[in-house]
Design a protein around this ligand. Structure first.
Ligand SMILES: [Zn+2]
Length: 384
């Protein structure tokens, strides 16, 4: 009976409300009830909410999911153990494996088949992870940006818990991990501008403009953040999810410049500019941050918007070329040397035939082929 009442209270959001309140005395990001952004989110009327839902569910254009198999460099544990320090591997969406000082750190780990609360419903991944979860080497830590399904997968973090020394999270996200059974001694939770030094590496949770929640009743009961990682003279920025805001300038001034910025470029739409960035915002954010190399993330794994799956890459390479920004697009599983990044090949073009009807400036970096719509090559399933 007690557990039934507990479940009902949990479903109705009582746990969520407590999670936010208990974790945040003194946090400027908490209003006593929920977490909030610096600039309030514009109130969206019922009509707009309905139009977003209608577009996403009914009006989905073609091309948001690849029909050909994506090139993925498979990885072995031995390979990772032999890799030099300052290596970075994209394992998916915003899942990035960093090797620093001989140890491994993993951001927003999602190895699930779908970014969804449901096993058989919701956005299905385009490609298998480059390495199986069970084959990963032990982790010094997991770094979480927020609690949405495409960034925090319950099964993944539970599977990692035994071999991970610490989970670094924004306020409240760590409470979720503890509720799920992860040892509280492994969980460290931070407000914006707070951080910790571990094994000589400094991690700082920094602002972002987003939102959180995993059910209808727990909106903004946990905080969202970007992260700054500093290993001696190497400075890396990880955006998590965010709309464009003036916080990038502040982060750049206080903790930049950055050798590499890992910035979200995907799942954007003109209907939700406040919570995700268009590619032109991404390159501006990179400039504000005083970044040297830009690695666009939050793309190529899940279909979470209405743009074609490869559009974020095409738009951001064009914009970066125009602005003289060094851009790197490693394949999933390809090693990127954080100390000396390389441009990477335009791997998505192996799956789709160029070229698109995007703005000329945006595809300035594209090969000189006749302008026509992409058509997907190969009949293989993306997940095969
Ligand atoms: Zn996301």
């Amino acid at each position: 009976m007690t557990s039934l009442i507990g479940s009902i209270r949990h479903a109705l959001g009582f746990t969520a409300a407590r999670r936010g309140r208990e974790r945040s005395p003194g946090s400027a990001q908490h209003d006593g009830e929920r977490f909030r952004n610096v600039k309030p989110r514009p109130v969206e009327g019922f009509a707009k909410t309905l139009s977003i839902a209608w577009n996403v569910l009914v009006n989905k254009p073609s091309g948001t999911v690849p029909t050909g198999a994506l090139p993925v460099d498979t990885l072995t544990r031995a390979q990772l153990e032999a890799a030099p320090d300052r290596s970075l591997y994209r394992l998916g969406h915003s899942t990035l494996l960093l090797k620093l000082r001989g140890q491994f750190w993993l951001t927003d780990p999602v190895f699930a088949e779908r970014a969804s609360p449901f096993r058989r419903l919701g956005p299905k991944r385009f490609h298998a992870p480059p390495i199986a979860l069970a084959d990963l080497p032990p982790l010094a830590g997991v770094i979480l940006s927020h609690d949405h399904y495409d960034h925090l997968d319950r099964e993944t973090v539970l599977a990692l818990a035994a071999t991970t020394k610490v989970f670094l999270t924004p306020l409240g996200v760590g409470d979720r991990l503890i509720e799920w059974g992860i040892d509280a001694r492994k969980v460290r939770q931070f407000d914006w501008w707070q951080g910790v030094e571990m094994d000589g590496i400094a991690f700082t949770a920094t602002p972002a403009q987003h939102f959180s929640g995993r059910s209808l009743f727990d909106g903004n009961s946990t905080l969202w953040a970007s992260w700054v990682i500093v290993d001696d003279d190497l400075r890396v920025f990880f955006s998590g999810d965010t709309g464009y805001f003036d916080g990038f300038k502040t982060i750049g001034e206080r903790l930049g410049p950055f050798d590499v910025t890992l910035v979200e470029t995907g799942a954007y739409d003109k209907l939700w500019p406040y919570v995700h960035m268009q590619p032109d915002d991404t390159v501006q954010a990179h400039a504000d941050l005083r970044g040297r190399w830009l690695v666009p993330i939050h793309n190529g794994t899940f279909d979470l918007a209405m743009h074609r799956w490869y559009e974020p890459f095409e738009r951001v390479i064009g914009l970066a070329a125009v602005r003289g920004i060094a851009l790197s697009t490693p394949r999933m599983g390809e090693r990127l040397d954080l100390a000396a990044p390389h441009r990477g090949e335009r791997w998505w073009r192996k799956v789709v035939e160029v070229v698109d009807a995007l703005d000329v400036a945006e595809v300035a970096d594209a090969p000189k082929t006749p302008r026509r719509w992409f058509s997907c090559r190969g009949a293989g399933q993306a997940n095969s």
